[in-house]
Design a protein around this ligand. Structure first.
Ligand SMILES: [Zn+2]
Length: 68
């Protein structure tokens, strides 16, 4: 059993007022950002992610380790 590092981010971490329970987990920050951008587009009518939101996302990303 080995611990694997993941990055985790919840929609609520970026937008607490949004009431959206979506969470992403990925191995890299880039992957998290890509998945969050896709989610924003599909669920929150965000056509693009503005730089201030990117900064917010990066600040809110948590490192988690998972035993695999
Ligand atoms: Zn959401």
């Amino acid at each position: 059993m080995a611990a694997k590092q993941y990055k985790k981010l919840g929609c609520l971490d970026v937008s607490p007022a949004g009431g959206c329970a979506f969470e992403v987990r990925a191995e890299t920050e880039e992957e998290v950002l890509r998945m969050v951008a896709d989610h924003g587009k599909a669920m929150h009518q965000m056509t693009s992610v503005p730089p201030d939101v990117v900064a917010k996302i990066k600040a809110a990303i948590k490192n988690v380790s998972i035993n695999v």
